[in-house]
Design a protein around this ligand. Structure first.
Ligand code: HH2
Length: 279
């Protein structure tokens, strides 16, 4: 199904302040490097900057709260102050989310959808910020060990519907909630492709869909490309996701994704406006 829709989309640039993220681990562990990277992504068109201090890749070491705070707080503070982008904190920890919101973040991206810390829902409600609730089967350490579903899309949709109801029951305004099928989180390659193909069934839940395929290993398996060479493959999945109703795109490569989605959106809607280059 090609979705009928308005052409708006938002790009969420990834800023990983970690030593071990799968695609950019260590590259932005230093706060100044992470801040410079975030500013670059905002300049390239990221309306959201997703700052994370703990990798969720399969087998990643857990990070304690003090260390996660040490990594992310200066970056949140700097990017919230001067980029004009909305800063998202990518965490499942209540204390990290609270400190990040105090430092200027206005979005909570919890890959456990408030299951690790159910109190996060109350915090999001109290602060009136946006949140993203993501599906994951199992936990990062073990999630890729033979994941199984009756029907991956129906199972993910049912999970997200239940988590949406939970968040609303805790006082979060429905308009502030985004949903994400969690590409690569307890999914085989076939599961990921089926979720992309049938993303309209997730969009039918009525909330904006966030999609995070950027540089992920299933793209490497299909193309034979190393992690830094997966930009075209990532862009292809984002175009497909857009056509099936996704509206927020969590990506490492903002400029390339922006161009592809601008042209896709213009083609679908028949509406476009010129972008001036400034020189
Ligand atoms: N993927 C990653 C992390 N956070 N959040 C949402 N909402 N959706 C995703 O698909 C998603 C996410 C994994 O990517 P990355 O941050 O690049 O890697 P790592 O977890 O190793 O830091």
């Amino acid at each position: 199904m090609i979705a009928e829709m308005a052409s708006e989309f938002r790009l969420m640039g990834v800023v990983n302040v970690t030593p071990d993220s799968f695609s950019d681990g260590g590259a932005f562990l230093d706060a100044d490097d992470a801040i410079a990277h975030g500013r670059r992504l905002a300049a390239e068109g990221a309306e959201l900057l997703d700052i994370g201090g703990e990798s969720t890749r399969p087998g990643a070491e857990p990070v304690d709260e003090a260390e996660e705070l040490r990594r992310v707080l200066p970056v949140v503070e700097a990017l919230a102050a001067d980029t004009g982008a909305t800063v998202s904190i990518d965490t499942s920890k209540l204390g990290v989310a609270r400190a990040a919101l105090d430092a200027g973040a206005e979005f909570v991206n919890d890959v456990t959808a408030f299951r690790t810390a159910p109190e996060l829902a109350g915090l999001v409600a109290e602060r009136g910020v946006e949140c993203c609730l993501m599906h994951m089967l199992g936990e990062p350490r073990t999630m890729q060990e033979a994941p199984r579903y009756d029907d991956v899309v129906a199972d993910v949709a049912a999970f997200l519907e239940e988590r949406l109801a939970f968040a609303v029951s805790e006082g979060v305004h429905e308009e502030r909630i985004l949903l994400d099928p969690g590409i690569g989180f307890g999914k085989t390659i076939d599961h990921n492709l089926e979720l992309l193909r049938r993303l309209g069934e997730i969009a039918a839940l009525g909330r904006p869909v966030v999609i995070g395929t950027s540089r992920k290993s299933f793209l490497g398996r299909i193309t034979g490309r190393d992690v830094t060479e997966r930009v075209p493959a990532s862009v292809a999945t984002n175009v497909v996701a857009y056509l099936h109703g996704a509206r927020v795109f969590r990506v490492h490569d903002v400029a390339a994704t922006r161009d592809a989605l601008l042209v896709t959106a213009a083609t679908v809607s028949g509406r476009w406006s010129p972008t001036t280059t400034g020189s």
